[in-house]
Design a protein around this ligand. Structure first.
Ligand code: GLA
Length: 357
C-alpha cells in the first residue's frame, strides 16, 4: 500500500465530432481497475476479482468509442439533466410551462435525445493518498435540452484502497431548474456478459415502490412491497419472480421501477442494495444519499450488434440507478428536485466490491 500518491493513467479513446474523448484508468492497491471516459462521464469498465482472484469486467461496455457514438442505452453513463422520465416532457416551474423534447414514447427520458450522456465532459485527475480519482465537469447552457438556467455539473469518481468506488455529483445553477443525476452502469457480476443476470441475488432496503402506468410514469402511489414480486427486503434471485403474473411486471416488461429507499435518521448516506453473484462470489453493495433506486433488469437489451461490436443479450445486465423519483417535477408529493441559484446540489453513491468464498 504505502503512502505514495496514486498515478492515474490517461489515454486518448477517440473523437466525438471535433472533440477529443479521453479515457482515465484508476487502480487500487488490490488490483481493482476502473475506466472512465469523458464522453458522458461514463464508466467504461470495472474490473474486480472473483473468488479465485480472477480480474474481470463486471459492467457492460465496449473497448472502443464507436459503439457509444452509434448509440447504446446509457451504458455506464452519467444521465442528466434529469435522470428517468418526465411525463410528456412537460412541467411547470414558478408558474411557467416548459416543454422538453421527448425521446421515449410520449415522455422525456434521461435528459432527452441529447442528454448529459452524449456530451463530452472536461476532466482532470484528482490524485490523493489511498485514492485514485478523476473529476469531470460539464456546463449545460440555459435552455439546452429545454431546461432553464445554466447548470454547472460535476461528477467525481474516487477508487479507494478499501475497494470502494465513490461517485459524487454536484451542481449549481443560474435559475431554478429540475436536476436529477445518476449513473447508468449495467452490472453483470459473472464476468461473462453473454450470460443473463437472472441468477444474481438482490436485496433492496425499501418497504415500498412507485407503481407506474403503461408509459412507465409513476401513478403517484407509494405501494408496499410486502406480498409482491417487488419485495427484495431479503435476498432474492432476480429470476425467481420476474415472470410472475403481476400487472406491474407486465407494464415494466420485467423490473423497471423506482424503490423508495428506507431512511436512517441522522444519516444521509445509507445502504440501499446488495447485489451478488453466487457463481463468481462477487458482490456489490450500493450506499447512497439519494431517496430512490431505479432497478432496471435489462428488459430492452436485444443483442443486436452496434457499430461492428457485439450487442448484449436480453437481461445480460441490470441497472441500480440511485436517483430521485421519476417525474418528480410533476409529482408534488415526491421529494423535491428543483435546484435554486445559491444552492448546491450534492449527492453521493458508494459501491463496495467484495468477494464471498
Ligand atoms: C432506464 C429506464 C428504462 C430504459 C433504460 C435504457 O433504466 O428506466 O426503461 O429506458 O433506462 O434503456
Amino acid at each position: 500500500m504505502g503512502t505514495a500518491h496514486k498515478t492515474i493513467d490517461k489515454a486518448r479513446f477517440g473523437q466525438s465530432g471535433e472533440t477529443a474523448v479521453d479515457l482515465y484508468t484508476l487502480t487500487n492497491a488490490h488490483g481493482i481497475e476502473v475506466r472512465i471516459m469523458t464522453y458522458g462521464a461514463a464508466l467504461v469498465s470495472v474490473k474486480t476479482p472473483d473468488r479465485d482472484g480472477r480480474l474481470q469486467n463486471i459492467i457492460l461496455g465496449f473497448d472502443s468509442l464507436q459503439p457509444y457514438l452509434a448509440g447504446v442505452p446509457y451504458f455506464g453513463a452519467t444521465v442528466g439533466r434529469f435522470a428517468n422520465r418526465i411525463a410528456k416532457g412537460r412541467f411547470v416551474l414558478d408558474g411557467k410551462p416548459y416543454a422538453l423534447p421527448v425521446n421515449d414514447g410520449p415522455n422525456s427520458l434521461h435528459g432527452g435525445p441529447q442528454g448529459f450522456d452524449k456530451r463530452v465532459w472536461k476532466a482532470e485527475p484528482a490524485p490523493g493518498e489511498h485514492v485514485s480519482a478523476v473529476q469531470l465537469t460539464y456546463v449545460s447552457a440555459a435552455g439546452e435540452a429545454g431546461y432553464p438556467g445554466e447548470l454547472s455539473a460535476q461528477a467525481v469518481y474516487r477508487l479507494t484502497d478499501d475497494d470502494q468506488l465513490v461517485i459524487e455529483y454536484s451542481a449549481t445553477t443560474t435559475a431554478p431548474t429540475p436536476v436529477n443525476l445518476a449513473n447508468h452502469a449495467y452490472f453483470n457480476l459473472s464476468g461473462d456478459p453473454a450470460s443473463t443476470i437472472l441468477e444474481h441475488v438482490l436485496t433492496i432496503n425499501a418497504d415500498s415502490f412507485t407503481p407506474v402506468d403503461e408509459t412507465l410514469i409513476p401513478t403517484g402511489e407509494l405501494r408496499l412491497v410486502a406480498g409482491t414480486p417487488f419485495d427484495f427486503r431479503r435476498p432474492q434471485a432476480i429470476g425467481s419472480r420476474i415472470g410472475a403474473d403481476d400487472e406491474q411486471l407486465r407494464l415494466g416488461h420485467g423490473y423497471d421501477h423506482n424503490w423508495v429507499l428506507r431512511q436512517v435518521t441522522g444519516h444521509r448516506l445509507r445502504s440501499a442494495a446488495v447485489l451478488s453473484d453466487p457463481k463468481s462470489g462477487r458482490s456489490v453493495e450500493v450506499a447512497t444519499t439519494q431517496p430512490g433506486l431505479q432497478f432496471y433488469s435489462g428488459n430492452f437489451l436485444d443483442g443486436k450488434p452496434v457499430a461492428q461490436a457485439t450487442g448484449f443479450p436480453y437481461r445480460a445486465g441490470l441497472c441500480l440507478e440511485t436517483q430521485h423519483f421519476p417525474d418528480s417535477p410533476n409529482q408534488p408529493a415526491f421529494p423535491g428536485t428543483i435546484l435554486h441559484p445559491g444552492e448546491r446540489y450534492l449527492e453521493m453513491t458508494v459501491l463496495t466490491f467484495r468477494v464471498q468464498q
